[in-house]
Ligand binder design. Structure first.
Ligand SMILES: Cc1ncc(COP(=O)(O)O)c(C=O)c1O
Length: 428
């Protein structure tokens, strides 16, 4: 009897997901976060005592290497790691029961909480596995005809460029790609470049919200306003902004939006989200089959086959963690971290920064290069001699090492990066 009661209690707790009183965030971090608030000094950059609590919540802050490629994929805080383990252990007891009958009940509460974070209606949110899946669903699902034109850029993400090229090959669409010389500190210049490329056949503009290669924030809202004034729809790749910049999806004024959740939100690897403006859901074909492909129910995009419900359910703890910090505070901190190292690095002879340091035009990411050295050489030296993990970028007209801190990054780690760049530049 007791065993049965504890079985039902455990099942109920699993079904509640991350949003019950017993959430792992509440168990592991809430008290520390609440104590940390006592250290918070408004309007001050000296909040290291507060941020040390956030750093401690990430096991990656104690890693043997300094991780400065959080733009690729981010680690999760302890609560998210533990949630994933808890759900995996439960699923291993009988996946068809624990995943499909118990954890499955957590999807609708999760949709609600993602929608709250995104500032939209839950009926506009589909949960999936990454930004590629979200955006490919839109790109392949749009009912476009031969001759319809799409405008993107050569600095967009390869998986989306390839998706548009595939549609061009299959359906005879005309895919035009602009090219920008970043950094650009002038929104109007960017909007004008898109506007100048518009023809009567243009149906879609594809915009990457933050250019992953070098961190430029694109003026999405202004591009959308221009596009809508000409009857053009806009697809936004928000992989690098959701969970980092302090905005709500409807603020962007776009029509379609896709993001990963395993970057700045710090959800488990293999989690993503799609947003489609409510009145457009019906016309988008699901990429993976559904019995009601013309339905206006966003859930038609979630027929993904068997996949990991533990990963999906652990997203909830990442939302708890995000809300524990607050989006505005997070954006300001990560921008501060980027500026902290990049301003110092810019003073080193032979070192160049490739990204605007103004908060309107960049946040976490900055590109850096050393005269006379290739990006991959600088990246390799940072790892070999200094145990600092970055990524060398050679994409179209962008050649630099991409450095991406996260909320768990310590100032002392950034000091080490600057010291390492000084040594590398001296020998270059
Ligand atoms: C701008 C941008 N879009 C999309 C993606 C793809 O994300 P995912 O690997 O989650 O599909 C990335 C990955 O780095 C990216 O930088």
């Amino acid at each position: 009897m007791n065993n049965r009661r504890s079985f039902f209690r455990k099942s109920a707790a699993l079904g509640m997901g991350a949003f019950g009183i017993d959430s792992l965030f509440n168990q592991l971090h809430a008290e520390h976060f609440s104590n940390a608030e006592k250290y918070w000094k408004a309007d001050s950059n000296d909040n290291e005592d507060y941020w040390s609590v956030i750093q401690d919540a990430y096991t990656a802050s104690k890693s043997e290497i300094i991780i400065l490629n959080n733009g690729g994929v981010s680690p999760s805080p302890l609560a998210v790691q533990e949630a994933l383990e808890k759900y995996n252990r439960a699923a291993a007891q009988g996946p068809s029961y624990y995943m499909w009958r118990i954890m499955d009940k957590g999807r609708e509460p999760l949709r609600q909480r993602l929608a709250k974070l995104a500032g939209c209606d839950a009926e506009e949110i589909a949960i999936n596995r990454n930004a590629t899946e979200a955006l490919n669903t839109v790109i392949f699902g749009l009912p476009l005809q031969k001759g319809d034109e799409i405008i993107g850029t050569i600095q967009d993400y390869p998986n989306m460029i390839q998706a548009w090229k595939q549609r061009q090959m299959r359906d005879g669409l005309v895919y035009k790609q602009l090219s920008f010389d970043f950094p650009i500190e002038n929104d109007e210049q960017i909007v004008k470049a898109f506007a100048d490329a518009v023809t009567p056949n243009t149906k879609i503009i594809h915009v990457t919200h933050i250019i992953n290669w070098v961190g430029q924030i694109m003026p999405v809202k202004k591009i959308c306003q221009m596009a809508h004034s000409k009857g053009i729809e806009v697809v936004v790749d928000g992989a690098h902004t959701f969970g980092l910049l302090d905005y709500k999806i409807p603020d962007l004024d776009c029509d379609y939006f896709g993001t990963s959740l395993h970057k700045f939100l710090s959800a488990p690897v293999g989690s993503g989200m799609m947003w489609i403006k409510k009145d457009k859901i019906e016309k988008i074909w699901p990429l993976l089959c559904n019995s009601q492909p013309k339905s206006a129910d966003i859930r038609k995009f979630e027929t993904l086959g068997t996949r990991s419900f533990p990963i999906e359910q652990a997203i909830g703890e990442a939302i708890n963690f995000q809300e524990g910090i607050g989006s505005k505070r997070k954006q300001e901190r990560v921008h501060f971290l980027k500026k902290y190292w990049a301003e110092k690095a810019a003073q080193i002879p032979g070192v160049k920064i490739h990204t605007s340091l103004k908060p309107e035009f960049s946040c976490a990411i900055a590109g850096v290069s050393v005269d006379g050295m290739k990006p991959e050489e600088v990246d390799a030296k940072l790892m070999k001699d200094h145990k600092i993990h970055t990524v060398g970028i050679n994409w179209e007209n962008i050649h630099c090492v991409r450095v991406t801190p996260h909320v768990y990054t310590k100032l002392s780690d950034l000091d080490k990066l600057v010291g390492a760049l000084e040594k590398i530049a001296k020998k270059a």
